[in-house]
Design a protein around this ligand. Structure first.
Ligand code: GDP
Length: 439
């Protein structure tokens, strides 16, 4: 459990990465920040200006010569008085300054506590806070773009737009209940249902985006599957640019599912090399085949490989059921011709590899990119929105005005939980505990 209401405490943490580094950024936030800086630097530096200061502990011993930033609230990241100390990266320096801060009454921050304070002080909503976590974790350009778009408020605006419209429908519904005999517009009920239908359709379209945003955030799983010896391991090694899998002329070499991380078109992917699918009497190989079929069925994209020398026959869908998109590849075109229409390669000579990479990039882009409103990025949002949809569907078919009003209230609450407007305390821990310390 994170501390909920300890804003009177001043916290500090290293905000830069672990390991040896020239500079280490130590962050401080809380009401005593000004006081702490005065003790460490022997006076307060000017606000929002980088100042070079000698930092000293309580006994007057010099700890470092550092750049110091004094960032008074409320216009700071957390909304509180903050400071940043750009220290030299040595352990002896960083530990010395941390000890001095602790001796002056500050305490080490918990994971995500800076951003949690920013949220509690109204500096950002929960969606923006999650975007900060995604930016910290962004491995690729496409992930960075998605997180920045979310941080800029685009996704939050979409959700708060629905929330405002729902609140307005709710208000009209209340009027209908409270003043049934008044001179209300005759078709207010029909207008209300029509507006609900529109909101519902928009949310359903957002939910039905085939997990594009979540896929980009989490990375795609691409399975390479096919009969034994068609060249799956050779292709994986070429695509991942290193020796992940054993290549061998003996069919049935790959038994477990092997994983390799790579980046295609700005999207992080996990490539899976699976056991060649065939009937076998060897129990270990049979188990490998069972696992292969399972992982292929769950993959976002399957590279189904066939061997040109074996007549370019791909395995049937009833042998390898695929859940996601499929890209058909024919390998060993140095030995035999591939049928027209397939992506034709030779893992041996490298022929056709550029076309395979291009086809792969295009297939990945189709899975993660879409024009229009920002995509849904988290399971947390998906589950709240599914709740909204269920309540709205119920509200539209509800005959009793009071019951419809109650369903609308529940829908609005579920929507409010996403941005953190309503009913948030119970979701805070879950969100902020995913952060690293210092953010
Ligand atoms: P897997 O069982 O499907 O993973 O296939 P491997 O990658 O282990 O390859 C099986 C055999 O085919 C090995 O002897 C490879 O050297 C060979 N091989 C793979 N790709 C090609 C290719 O494009 N051309 C030729 N001539 N041989 C290949």
């Amino acid at each position: 459990m994170l501390p909920v209401n300890r804003a009177d405490e001043t916290i500090f943490a290293v905000a830069s990465g672990a390991g040896r580094a020239a500079i280490c950024v130590l962050r401080v936030s809380g009401p005593r920040s000004r006081d702490l800086l005065r003790h460490l630097c022997g006076g307060n530096p000017p606000p929002r200006r980088a100042s070079l200061r000698t930092l000293r502990d309580g006994a007057g011993e010099a700890l470092d010569q550092a750049l110091v930033l004094w960032l008074p609230g409320p216009a700071s990241y957390t909304g509180e008085d903050c400071a940043e100390l750009h220290l030299h990266g040595g352990r002896g320096v960083v530990d010395g300054v941390a000890d001095a801060l602790a001796a002056l009454g500050a305490r080490p921050a918990e994971p995500g506590e800076f951003t949690r304070r920013a949220f509690l002080n109204g500096r950002m909503d929960l969606i923006e806070a999650e975007a900060v976590a995604d930016l910290v974790d962004a491995e690729t350009a496409a992930q960075r773009r998605q997180a920045l778009r979310q941080l800029s408020g685009a996704l939050g605006e979409l959700y708060s737009g629905w929330s405002t419209r729902l609140t307005s429908v709710m208000a009209q519904q209340e009027v209908l209940i409270d003043f049934p005999d008044e001179d209300l517009p005759p078709d207010i009920d029909r207008t209300l249902i029509a507006e609900l239908g529109m909101i519902l359709a928009e949310i359903e379209a957002h939910l039905g985006d085939e997990r594009r945003g979540e896929r980009l955030r989490e990375g795609l799983v691409i399975a390479v599957g096919g009969a034994p010896n068609v060249g799956k391991s050779s292709l994986i090694n070429l695509l991942a640019d290193r020796d992940v899998a054993i290549v061998s002329p003996f069919p049935g070499t790959t038994r477990d599912v092997l994983e390799a991380r790579a980046v295609f078109g700005g999207v992080p992917v996990t490539l899976l090399d699976t056991a060649g699918i065939r009937a076998s009497t060897d129990p270990i190989e049979t188990d490998g085949v069972r696992r292969a079929v399972g992982r292929i069925a769950e993959a976002d994209l399957v590279l189904l490989v066939a061997d040109a020398t074996a007549g370019s026959v791909w395995l049937d869908a009833d042998v390898v059921p695929t859940g996601g998109a499929v890209l058909r590849v024919v390998n060993k075109i140095d030995l035999a011709q591939a049928p027209p229409g397939a992506v034709a390669v030779s893992a041996l000579t490298g022929q056709g590899l550029d076309s395979l990479r291009a086809a792969l990039n295009a297939a990945i882009r189709r899975l993660v990119e879409r024009d229009g409103p920002p995509p849904l990025t988290r399971a947390r949002h998906r589950s709240a929105l599914s709740e909204v949809v269920a309540e709205l569907r119920g509200a539209m078919t509800e005959g009793l005005a009071e019951l419809r009003a109650e369903r609308l209230r529940l829908a609005t609450r579920a929507l409010g939980r996403i941005t953190g407007r309503i009913d948030v305390e119970d979701v805070l821990d879950a969100i902020f505990s995913q952060f690293c310390i210092g953010k």
